[in-house]
Every structure is written in C-alpha cells, then in structure tokens.
Design a binder for this molecule. Structure first.
Ligand code: FO1
Length: 304
C-alpha cells in the first residue's frame, strides 16, 4: 500500500503522477472531509470529488474543480428564482451529489459511496474519506466564524484568519480501512495540499496522527510552498497569519513529528540545509505538476 494524505487539486495531480511510478491498485488516498458541506439538502465532498474526477480523466482543468464540459442550467434557474447560488454546482456534477445524498439518506457511509462512484468512473486507486463522521473546518475571522466554503468560495479567501478549528474532530472515527492503510503502507505520502486546512483536519481524526507519527521514517511530504508562495490557494497567507513561516522550511517544521523527509522544489534548493538541521531529510526536484516529464520525476522521487 502507498497511503496518500490528500486535499484537493494538488493531491489529485500527485495521485495522477504516481501512476507513472507505482501500480495504481496499490494506492490508497486518505482524503480531507473538512471542506464537505450540505447545501440544498445535498452532501457535497469537494476534495473527494476533485480527486475522483481527476483520476477518472473527467476533471475541469480550467476551473480546478468540477467536471469538464460542464453546463450551468440548474444554477441559472436557481438564481432566477432567488435561490442560493454562490456555491456553483454544475449540471453534470449535480448527479454525483444526488447519488451520494440518496445513498447516505438510505444508510450508506460516505466511504461506501466514494468507493462506488470511483469504481463506476473507472478509478482504480482506493479513495477513502478520512472519516464517515461529521468533521467541519471552521475559520475565525473579523466577520465571525465562517464555514470552510464561506471562507474559501464566498469570501474568496480574502479575509484575515486568526484561528482554525475542526468541529466534530474529537468525536470522529477513522473510516474503515484508514488506520490499516497507514499501518501497512510501505510509503506514506503527504500531498502538496494546504497543511493547515487540508492535511491538519485529516490528522485531527483521533488515531490518525499517532498512526502516521509511528511510521515517520516512511513518511514523505511534498511541499505545497515554492519560493515562499502557494501555487494555488491561500496556504502562504494562512501560514503567516497563523504564526508559521511561509516557506518549505515552515512546512517541514509543521510536519516535524510525522514526516522524516520532505520533497522541495528546485527554487528552494538553498533551504535544504536548514531543513536537514531540523532533522528532516530534504530532496530537491521540480514539484510543479502538469508536465509529463516533471510529473514522472516527482513521482519517482516520492517513491525513492
Ligand atoms: N470553488 C469555487 O471557487 N467556486 C465554486 O462555486 C465552487 C463550487 C464547487 C462545487 C463542487 C465542488 O466539488 C467544488 C467546488 N468548488 C468551488 C471548489 C472547492 O470548493 C474548493 O476548491 C475546495 O474545497 C478547496 O480544496
């Protein structure tokens, strides 16, 4: 087993890249659920769906979320009748949320539905939401506490954050297979996702952090910060606002107790000695994904 702690887009691209270096049937993604929401009565799992669609080759590359070739007739109609439409659900994407919500309403677990959808879309990797229980990422801002999607989409992550909490995490249980995957894995990978709002909620599920820490020598993180900046999203800003260093060194320090190695970008090669001094091995390669040759090189380095 290769276990990959996963957020959304960065994780989806890394999982796709890993196909060049390992058998996809061996890969288990353990996916953040802190971004999940219920809207219009539907259960929506953005990180899980981004990964599923990307691995199925159906993802919308321009948007970075949702399905390719999407149309928006339902949202247009919803807007016309005064419905809530700031969180845009495409016509094709809606099928996933309808299916998931119906199955959950009849007693299925989120992780069962994840497996069903992935299999039917031809994804061979195992995709596991970290928990079937409710766990919601909530951010403290000058406007009060915002849910993750209110912060990320509605406010376009353009608001100061003073604290993050994972509501329900203390009572959440790891989904079936999560701890076994971590214990049995020959390699555990922390995807280049936001450490504070994509990976930390996974680690907040009781038992997960300890299970990963027990495997520290086999854990490799890929830095989502290149030259002090996040490729996408607010990771650099959040790191600073919450008192961390917005650099690959700051990421290595954040994962100090759980990751024995970090893969950093060539742009940050000069930071390798500072990381090694923390007691973390540093590998230097191209971490920007999208180009086949770079993806293969990164996947090889992660698996080395
Ligand atoms: N991101 C947006 O910026 N605007 C949206 O309207 C939006 C809708 C949406 C619907 C389904 C889905 O699975 C994802 C969606 N996203 C949208 C992306 C998503 O909310 C974030 O990118 C992730 O949660 C951050 O990892």
């Amino acid at each position: 087993v290769i276990a990959v702690l996963s957020g959304g887009v960065g994780a989806a691209r890394l999982l796709r890249a890993l196909r060049t270096a390992t058998d996809a049937r061996e890969v288990t993604a353990i996916v953040n659920v802190g971004d999940d929401l219920v809207m219009h009565g539907l259960t929506i799992c953005p990180d899980l769906d981004t990964i599923t669609y990307t691995l199925a080759g159906l993802n919308n590359e321009e948007l970075g979320w949702g399905l390719a070739g999407e149309t928006w007739r339902v949202m247009d109609e919803l807007t016309a009748i005064g419905g809530e439409a700031w969180f845009r659900l495409g016509d094709r994407d809606l099928a996933t949320h309808l299916y998931r919500s119906q199955r959950i309403g009849r007693g299925a677990a989120k992780s069962d539905v994840a497996t069903e959808v992935a299999r039917r879309l031809g994804v061979v990797e195992r995709l596991l939401p970290v928990s079937d229980d409710e766990l919601r990422t909530v951010l403290a801002t000058p406007e009060g506490e915002l849910s993750f999607q209110e912060y990320f989409v509605r406010r376009r992550h353009d608001v100061e954050v003073s604290a993050v909490r994972f509501v329900g995490a203390d009572r959440a249980r790891p989904a079936p297979g999560v701890l076994d995957a971590i214990r049995c894995a020959r390699r555990i990978v922390i995807a280049p996702s936001n450490p504070l709002i994509s990976i930390d909620p996974i680690l907040a599920v009781p038992g997960v952090r300890d299970a990963v820490a027990a495997r520290r020598d086999d854990v490799v993180a890929v830095s989502p910060i290149i030259g002090g900046r996040a490729l996408k999203g607010p990771a650099d800003r959040l790191l600073r606002e919450l008192g961390h260093e917005a650099s690959c060194v700051g990421v290595a320090r954040h994962y100090l107790e759980i990751a024995g190695r970090i893969v950093i970008d060539e742009a940050d090669a000069a930071s390798a000695p500072a990381i090694e001094r923390l007691g973390v091995r540093a590998s230097v390669t191209t971490t920007v994904m999208g180009d086949a040759a770079n993806d293969a090189r990164l996947a090889k380095d992660v698996m080395a």
